[in-house]
Design a protein around this ligand. Structure first.
Ligand code: ADP
Ligand code: MG
Length: 691
């Protein structure tokens, strides 16, 4: 009897041929438990082992896979570090492979004439080209030539298991590939030229050719996008049909808000405000994303929408991701609204319990027309009298979970989400589906572009001399301290150290303030107020000032160790200057250690355009990092890559819309397969409530 026929998709992998307990345990840690899981555990990359690059033609900085004989292994010790250096030759030239503190590698390599395959980045070292800590495999007698000379999958693994072990396990699992159900209707597969699911999985692991590998990926990515788009479009359509509030909005709203703000709206602000007001007038709930670069005037537009809600006798709430930002919003809105008799209430976690109680009571009674806060607003004990409009300022952090919770504080209120960094369309579509989109594509008048410089750490003294000259002429400066740690406590320490140095050694003749995330709200407010009023001229800060802070006279920002910040974050930080009509400067101090960080800093020097920056960011870092969505679990893309697969996303999106136009609830028998798949995606989205 053939053992393999006894497997099924639900067989645990420890029962698979070629899977020992060690491998089973290691894979279980990666959430791979069954044959089905293993079939969907896709390679991270591939190596074409039919065609290796000759060592002679390598160039510095190339990422390459080479194959050769180990002709020497040397284990020098240097400053407590154990170095293993293997010299490998393929007949055209030789290359050193270098590892640190992994003595066990020596034994593996010292077999006579061991043949090795290594993958890594080529660097010039003291003995010619080398690869540091490459990925590697020994070629042994088990690797039959025919099996071997092909496109080989490389899986995302932890150290303790080898690629070979996983490949063997996957091969066993693939004997069950024909049990995989098809998940796309034939009609769709034909129209979009997609291979079957079985063929796709088979070729994703062991591609028969480069063409098949690409086809396999295309099929899997399309499917992933299609289900996501179907789920999001269905949900948004349902929401659009819901009963909501049809606000009555007076025709003089524009005049009233412009008078209260003290400026005329830009054409772009007027356009998006009209889109928002049209949604608010309609009897269905608004679900709109307001995008615009830092400082483009989103908050002013949101204030107009809030005014409309209040004038229609409803409450409005604005939720921000940080306390500083909430406080800043509250201060701004009070300035706009209190003179016209509209009450603004602040609610943040760190308030004293008396103040908090009072705020909650005023929100509950309806005395507070506009409530501004952090996620304190969505605590259970907060109830609104008649919440009609919810504004969420998420800047570039996606407050994924919270959005739904605040919406539920009202009865089908209108929802407006503000997002600062204009994110590329592919990302917007993936995260928000067909959420309606308004874009502010113009800055308020009178802004002079910020001039950005990148300086090396040894030029720091000159930078600060330049800053001193500007301080003497009345300018104010932010000094952003290096990002040392995720831990707020350690970050605070770094900020305090920098503060000491700046206030006693660098600028002893000026008043210096300090602000960081660990300060009590009162202190934070005091520090901000002192800087805003010009009492302090220098503000040392952690990245807490990244969002919202608005001091027009602050025209210089120095960012220490700028290479450690992400691109989106640098852009946000820089947005704190250039808020008035005076020329502003941003100085990035940093000696980048990786090509990526050098690239980030040059992008900052080259452009002020948030849209370009976010695209570059996506390019450099990959989409998961950019939005923080991977971590927050908002959407999990298993195969797709938002940057590379933009075109396929559009294709899947049109397909989804077409399918739903014809069959809104996926009730036709042809769509049964789609329906069950969508239900699964939707239940996953419910858990996170993306929009
Ligand atoms: P965002 O929320 O997009 O970052 P804000 O609404 O906070 O932008 O606006 C940034 C700054 O520009 C604020 O000081 C605001 O008062 C000012 N501002 C907004 N719109 C205009 C306008 N149309 N004309 C002049 N100043 C404006
Ligand atoms: Mg703002």
């Amino acid at each position: 009897m053939n053992v393999q026929t006894q497997y099924s998709l639900t067989t645990e992998i420890k029962f698979l041929k070629g899977v020992g307990p060690k491998l089973a345990a290691a894979l279980e840690k990666l959430d791979v438990k069954t044959v089905d899981d293993l079939l969907h555990y896709l390679p991270r990359r591939y190596e074409d082992r039919a065609n290796f690059v000759p060592i002679r033609s390598l160039r510095a900085d190339d990422w390459a896979t080479v194959k050769g004989k180990v002709i020497d292994v040397d284990v020098p010790k240097r400053r407590g570090l154990q170095i293993i250096r293997a010299i490998v030759t393929d007949g055209t030239a030789s290359l050193s492979l270098v590892w640190f503190n992994q003595p066990w590698i020596t034994t593996k390599l010292s077999g006579r004439n061991a043949e090795i395959i290594a993958y890594g980045q080529v660097k010039s070292g003291e003995y010619g080209y080398q690869m540091q800590s490459p990925e590697w495999e020994i070629v042994d007698s088990e690797d039959s030539e025919a099996e071997f000379a092909r496109i080989t999958p490389i899986y995302p693994l932890k150290e303790s298991v080898s690629q070979k072990m996983v490949r063997r396990a996957v091969k066993s699992a693939l004997t069950m590939v024909d049990a995989l159900p098809e998940t796309l209707p034939l009609e769709i597969r034909k129209r979009h030229k997609l291979m079957s699911r079985r063929a796709a999985i088979r070729n994703a692991h062991f591609p028969e050719s480069e063409e098949k590998r690409i086809g396999a990926r295309r099929r899997l990515v399309f499917e992933e996008f299609l289900y996501l788009q179907l789920a999001q479009c269905m949900r948004n359509r349902e929401r659009g049909l819901q009963e909501g509030i049809g606000f009555e909005i007076a025709s003089d709203l524009h005049t009233e808000i412009e008078r209260a703000c003290g400026f005329t709206f830009t054409a772009a602000q007027k356009k998006v405000l009209d889109e928002i007001l049209a949604d608010m007038r309609s009897p269905h709930p608004m679900n709109r994303l307001l995008q615009g670069d830092v400082g483009s005037g989103k908050t002013a537009v949101a204030a107009a929408a809030m005014l409309a809600a209040v004038r229609a006798n409803f409450q409005a709430a604005l939720m921000a991701p940080t306390e500083i930002l909430a406080e800043q919003h509250a201060a701004n809105l009070k300035q706009i609204f209190e003179p016209i008799g509209i009450e603004v209430e602040l609610l943040v976690g760190k308030q004293q319990s008396r103040a908090k109680k009072k705020a909650i009571a005023r929100i509950g009674s309806g005395d507070a027309h506009i409530s501004v806060g952090t996620h304190a607003l969505i605590q259970q004990n907060v109830n609104f009298d008649r919440l009609g409009l919810v504004v969420i300022d998420e800047q570039h952090r996606f407050g994924v979970m919270q959005r739904g919770a605040l919406r539920r504080k009202g009865v089908a209120p209108d929802v407006l989400v503000m997002s600062a960094t204009p994110i590329p369309r592919s990302l917007t579509l993936t995260i928000y589906g067909d959420l309606d989109l308004s874009v502010i594509d113009e800055l308020p008048p009178g802004r002079t572009p910020i001039k950005t410089h990148w300086k090396q750490p040894n030029e720091r003294a000159r930078v600060y001399e330049g800053v001193r000259a500007m301080l003497q002429q009345g300018a104010q400066v932010y000094i952003v301290c290096p990002l040392v740690s995720e831990s707020e406590k350690m970050q605070m320490q770094a900020a305090e150290d920098l503060y000491k140095q700046i206030s006693t050694e660098v600028f002893p003749e000026f008043k210096v303030g300090l602000i960081h995330g660990q300060l009590k709200s009162k202190n934070k407010e005091r520090q901000m107020e002192a800087f805003r009023s010009g009492e302090t001229q220098v503000l040392v800060a952690t990245s807490v000032i990244e969002v919202g802070v608005d001091v027009p006279n602050a025209t210089i920002m120095v960012i220490e160790d700028a290479n450690r910040f992400g691109l989106a974050q640098l852009h946000q930080l820089r947005g704190r200057v250039g808020r008035g009509s005076k020329k502003s400067y941003c100085v990035l101090i940093g000696a980048p250690v990786t090509p990526d960080s050098a690239q980030r800093l040059s992008v900052m020097v080259q452009t002020n355009d948030g849209f370009k920056i976010s695209e570059e960011d996506l390019r450099i870092r990959g989409p998961g990092d950019l939005s923080g969505t991977r971590q927050s679990g908002a959407i999990e893309l298993r195969v797709a890559d938002l940057l590379r697969d933009g075109a396929l996303l559009e294709e899947a999106r049109s397909a989804a819309i077409e399918i739903l136009d014809a069959d809104p609830k996926l009730e036709s028998p042809d769509n049964a397969m789609l329906k069950s798949g969508v239900e699964q995606s939707r239940s996953r989205m419910m858990q996170t409530d993306v929009s």
